[in-house]
Design a protein around this ligand. Structure first.
Ligand SMILES: [Zn+2]
Ligand SMILES: [Zn+2]
Length: 397
């Protein structure tokens, strides 16, 4: 079968796979049936499959007869604890669980890529690994488990994509360097000495100390971080006290920190801890700090991002390929990119005509399924570009 014809055939399969997965979503680290479905499709294509990687992760490997490098393609598998509020024939059948981020589409694209390269195996050099990774939506996510299970051992490059409804169908975006933020969490307990609301001088007021701390934390980004480095320190909650006439013994502050480079990330942590300790002390209280490092930033390799800007125009047209702005959401694809070079790409999936207008994680989230064909073609272009370059290098040496 000619490639074009086969792609059309794959598109109808992708829609079927995607709708099945959309109707049967599973949350992070619970992707048991999802993994079984993926595995069954891959076996039907003629793949040997490794399963149970880092939880319910699944991997298929294509080893071509012609020698070459190893390219890894990755999709994420998990849904979210959200009630599906769409009304359509493929809406979630699981109460309170929904594919509200498009990972059902990512799996379908990767299945189609596995099918495509199997069909045109003669054109492949070296090895292609298809990684279905569990638990992207939780921290620590499934990427670390896949890496520990050896999924990228000896691999040369990795590509991943996200269907993205804020970008219109038919467009794509990526960027060299940091493209999605590192996301860390902090939990601070201020511990004072409670007492009568009318007799403050014998207490140490945790609410007053915490209030001062909330304001002090605002100075970390404005006074300590290089103004050319994007960063966010957000206090999300503050809670303390039990009655209007009682001075609180404890007050709890929680928040999130978003950064793009490792130095700024460490600087904010250090500043947050010292500002917290000093402020607590100034008010005669103590602070207990729990600082949790979440996903690191997604940092694209310069050369591989450049490959995206050379390859994507073949799929989308030159005018439709954009430089992505930095984004504050996090993504555990970051862990792979700390080990091997690669590129994370955004494929436009928004379309008002098909009601694909809601943001990711919204109860009415949906994407234009046509985006899956663009995603598949982009994956194919990236793999071929990498392999062609390498084959040429070998023969030129
Ligand atoms: Zn998500
Ligand atoms: Zn996602």
């Amino acid at each position: 079968m000619k490639e074009q014809l086969f792609l059309e055939h794959l598109f109808s399969k992708m829609v079927k796979w995607r709708r099945f997965l959309h109707m049967h979503p599973e949350v992070s680290f619970g992707e048991k049936k999802t993994a079984a479905f993926i595995e069954a499709q891959l076996r039907e294509m003629g793949y040997e499959v490794t399963s149970g990687m880092g939880g319910h992760g699944v991997m298929a490997v294509l080893k071509a007869r012609q020698p070459g490098k190893t390219v890894v393609l990755r999709a994420d598998m998990d849904a979210l604890p959200i009630q599906d509020e769409k009304s359509c024939e493929y809406k979630s059948t699981v109460p309170g669980v929904m594919h509200a981020c498009g990972h059902d589409g990512h799996m379908s694209i990767l299945l189609a890529a596995a099918s495509f390269f199997k069909q045109f195996e003669e054109s492949v050099h070296g090895e292609i690994r298809f990684l279905f990774q569990p638990a992207e939506e939780t921290c620590p996510g499934g990427a670390l488990g896949m890496i520990e299970a050896g999924a990228i051992n000896g691999a040369d490059v990795i590509y991943g994509l996200h269907l993205w409804t804020p970008i219109q169908l038919g467009k794509a975006a990526s960027s060299p360097g940091p493209v999605m933020a590192a996301a860390d969490e902090f939990y601070i307990d201020i511990i004072g000495r409670g007492g009568h609301g009318g007799i403050p001088h014998v207490t140490a007021d945790a609410v007053v100390a915490a209030s001062a701390l909330v304001m002090q934390l605002q100075t970390i980004v404005s006074r300590s971080v290089d103004p050319l480095q994007p960063a966010v320190v957000t206090v999300g909650t503050i809670a303390g006290g039990s009655a209007q006439n009682v001075i609180a013994e404890r007050c709890r502050i929680t928040g999130t920190v978003r950064t793009f480079d490792e130095e700024t990330r460490q600087l904010i942590r250090t500043r947050l801890e010292s500002v917290t300790r000093a402020t607590a002390q100034a008010y005669g209280t103590k602070a207990e700090i729990d600082y949790i490092l979440g996903y690191p930033a997604v940092v694209n390799d310069e050369k591989e991002a450049d490959r995206f800007f050379r390859s994507a125009p073949h799929v989308f047209g030159a005018e439709q390929v954009m430089l992505s702005p930095k984004m504050m959401p996090a993504e555990d694809f970051a862990y792979y990119l700390r080990e091997i070079p690669g590129c994370f790409m955004f494929v436009g999936a928004g379309n008002a005509d098909k009601n694909a207008v809601y943001p990711h994680h919204h109860p009415r989230f949906d994407f234009d399924e046509d985006a899956m064909l663009y995603g598949l073609k982009l994956m194919i272009e990236m793999v071929r570009s990498y392999q062609n370059e390498h084959v040429q290098n070998v023969s030129g040496e």
